[in-house]
Write a protein that binds this ligand. Structure first.
Ligand code: SF4
Ligand code: SF4
Length: 547
């Protein structure tokens, strides 16, 4: 028996709308064996399949994935959604304290969470640890990755109802008093994230799964959350999944790796010391298990800085008032051809409000990719274009071709993010492309690809304005940084526009944080407050080690 996997995407396979190209072209079928059988959807016999891949190429809807050599050991299978369906091998458990999971998009994070919560039941328990874990019943509190803007009601109504005694502390931790009487629909992404994380932590459970809790949060709140978990949840079991690897070794001692093939299978490694796990993840090779799950290592690259091009657009002074909140830019900020400018600052000081204002004032020149992403009942193909060198590179590099026959409602958060970024950048008639938190829900590899895509767009002589909290992404992507400051939920202002290194230093000074570089990979690592490195970087005024 081989360990080949043939996975059919049931949302895409539509025998009534195709010519059954998969069955018609399968060389095993041509030998009169039933390898590919078309019924209501297609069924592939994995024992007969040779892995030639012809059906994958012939299916007009990209419904088939064949894994030829890299399928995991079948004995490690924990859950399968059925024949020719997604499979999860291994399972990450929330152990005492905080354990991290570093993963690739589409490899089974939510299946892992459903198995922990009891929404799915494991079909096989391959290790003694899993057998022991499942001897008892476990309730679990789950913070989902995606935040929904459509939640009705007010912040206080929700949180007071579920207060378990932590409310006052969490309110202070996240400065929720500033949005206490606000309706959910008026919250920024960061404010919504704080409310959802607080609501999750107040659940009366022993185990917690936090899926991307740092997304939308500035570094002050990320660090506050980490310290809170370390202090208050050391006797609970927390599994924390996030793509900000600069923070993971600060929050957790140990981490699992999750890898596989998007939508086809996921495999969970054993747990390792977090730093080691991160470096193996970047390398794409888990040495102790002798598993190579990626052809090429992930490498952070800084681009060669070029001289600024001609002046392209000026963001004029502006002031926006909403109820008692005001955000203001008193400067004329000139954007140049070929330039990428970051926008960064604490949560709740009006970054989104300000860029939305600029985009609505001049929709002919500025186009926005919003922070909260809308879904819809139409196909991603609606946005798919490959009629220019830029769109061809983007579709290829970000793996969009595979998504074209999905409805937006059926995409994962990361896939939806890629489509919405593409929708924005593929417009040709604008001069300034404005992206609000485009790295949210993207895994590490996709963030690096996104950085490359923004550079490609800028090369067309356009300018890109990008609001984001991911320091590694900002340092590797932007030329200059607009730094904002203010009093969350009360007022915000633009401090100025700076060379990116200077801008990042100003931000870190404001947040009172420093970062060092991991020697082998050069990735950023947060320093412990008061450590020797922290003190030295503060004293020198550098705040972050250069590569
Ligand atoms: S797998 Fe593709 S070619 Fe085969 S029946 Fe389904 S949609 Fe048609
Ligand atoms: S990979 Fe080749 S052998 Fe396997 S089902 Fe597809 S066409 Fe048939």
């Amino acid at each position: 028996m081989n360990n080949r996997l043939a996975v059919i995407d049931k949302k895409l396979c539509a025998p009534d709308r195709c010519g059954h190209e998969c069955a018609a072209n399968c060389p095993v079928n041509k030998l009169r064996q039933e390898c590919v059988v078309v019924e209501e959807i297609v069924r592939i016999d994995e024992n007969l399949c040779t892995g030639c891949g012809i059906c994958v190429k012939k299916c007009p809807f990209h419904a088939i994935t064949i894994i030829k050599n890299a399928a995991p050991d079948p004995e490690k299978l924990v859950y399968s959604y059925g024949a020719n369906s997604f499979k999860l091998y291994g399972l990450a458990l929330p152990r005492k304290g905080v354990t991290a999971m570093i993963g690739e998009n589409g490899c089974g994070k939510s299946t892992n969470a459903k198995l922990l919560s009891g929404a799915l039941t494991p079909q096989n328990l391959p290790t003694a640890e899993l057998r022991e874990y499942y001897k008892q019943e476990h309730g679990i509190a789950f913070k989902p990755q995606e935040l929904h803007a459509g939640v009705k009601g007010k912040v206080n109504e929700l949180l007071e109802k579920i207060d378990d005694g932590q409310l006052n502390e969490l309110k202070k931790l996240f400065d929720l008093d500033k949005v206490w009487n606000r309706e959910f629909k008026h919250l920024s992404g960061g404010e919504l994230q704080k409310v959802v994380v607080a609501a999750t932590l107040m659940q009366d459970e022993q185990a917690f799964v936090l899926d991307e809790p740092f997304a939308f949060l500035d570094y002050v709140y990320r660090i506050r959350l980490i310290n809170y978990l370390k202090e208050k949840f050391s006797n609970k079991n927390v599994l924390l999944i996030d793509h900000d690897i600069s923070l993971l070794s600060y929050v957790s001692e140990n981490a699992y790796l999750l890898y596989g093939v998007n939508g086809a299978f996921g495999s969970v490694s054993q747990s390792y010391a977090t730093d080691r796990a991160i470096n193996m993840f970047l390398e794409g090779f888990i040495a102790p298990e002798n598993v190579k799950f990626r052809g090429q290592p992930i490498k952070y690259k800084s681009y060669n800085e070029e001289k600024l091009g001609d002046e392209l657009y000026v963001l004029q002074p502006a002031r926006v008032k909403f109820e008692s909140f005001t955000v203001e830019n008193k400067h004329s900020l000139t954007l140049h051809q070929g330039e990428i400018v970051g926008v960064a600052g604490p949560n709740g000081i009006g970054k989104t409000t300000l860029i939305k204002e600029y985009c609505s004032q001049d929709p002919d020149n500025l186009i926005l990719k919003p922070q909260i992403l809308e879904r819809g009942d139409f196909l991603a193909a609606k946005y798919m274009r490959t009629d220019s060198p830029f769109t061809q590179i983007f579709v290829e590099d970000m793996g969009l071709k595979q998504l074209e026959y999905y409805k937006l409602n059926d995409l994962s958060g990361g896939e939806l993010q890629k489509i919405r970024v593409f929708e924005c950048l593929s417009s040709e008639k604008h001069n300034v492309y404005v992206l609000d938190e485009p790295t949210n829900m993207l895994d590490v590899k996709a963030r690096i690809s996104l950085s490359k895509m923004l550079r490609e767009k800028a090369k067309e002589g356009k300018a890109v304005l990008v609001v984001d909290h991911d320091l590694e992404f900002l340092l590797n992507t932007v030329d200059r940084l607009i730094v904002m400051d203010g009093e969350p939920a009360e007022r915000g202002e633009v401090k100025g526009i700076y060379h990116k290194d200077e801008g990042v230093r100003l931000l870190l000074k404001k947040f009172d944080l420093t970062y060092r570089r991991d020697p082998p990979t050069k990735r950023l690592k947060l320093n412990k407050a008061g450590s020797q490195k922290d003190a030295a970087l503060k004293k020198s005024g550098e705040f972050v080690e250069t590569r």
